[in-house]
Design a protein. Structure first.
Length: 178
């Protein structure tokens, strides 16, 4: 009987050590394997994103510099209020008109949406007044439509002053990438 008690005690002790020490360690290892699989998937996604970014960079760098400058003018990556006003004033000067009473409203889209703005572009409204004949206004608006900058005319109001000479209150909206 003495010979049986020793091995039985060792087996019971081995089982107790397994359940007290080894099994919790194995559960921790299983958690680490799950975490490792998630991290490997994230790494694979990151490599895929880097490949996509590199492909887009190559395509972008293949664009001729003058075309890139045109794209930057059409839809800039930041808003330059002063440059926008100067550009519109230059268009008006070509038609013997001048801009006055300018007013800016940056990101006018936020008034129509609830919650944070997660859009990929921002908007800005510029209101100003120009004076001249109706024919001058038509040519001014045609030039504005042909400008390299993406500009939407939101509204036009006018007030008659003298014979074929009006004061036009114009609101335009422009965009930029965030």
């Amino acid at each position: 009987m003495k010979n049986i008690i020793g091995p039985v005690v060792l087996v019971v002790l081995a089982i107790a050590i397994f359940f007290a020490v080894t099994e919790p360690l194995l559960a921790g290892v299983a958690e680490y394997k799950t975490t490792q699989m998630e991290l490997n998937a994230a790494l694979d996604n990151a490599e895929l994103l880097q490949d996509t970014r590199d492909t887009i960079d190559v395509e972008f760098n293949n664009f001729p510099l003058p075309d890139r400058a045109k794209l930057d003018t059409f839809l800039p990556d930041s808003i330059d209020n002063v440059k926008l006003i100067i550009d519109i004033d230059d268009i008006a000067k070509k038609r013997a008109m001048s801009i006055k009473n300018t007013s800016l409203d940056t990101d006018s889209r936020r008034d129509t949406k609830l919650g944070p703005d997660t859009g990929s572009y921002g908007t800005m409204r510029l209101s100003f007044t120009v004076s001249g004949s109706y024919a001058q206004l038509e040519r001014f608006l045609e030039d504005l439509a042909r400008s390299r900058r993406l500009i939407d005319v939101v509204s036009i109001n006018f007030r008659a002053a003298e014979k074929d000479f009006y004061e036009y209150n114009i609101v335009v909206q422009t965009y930029w990438l965030r």
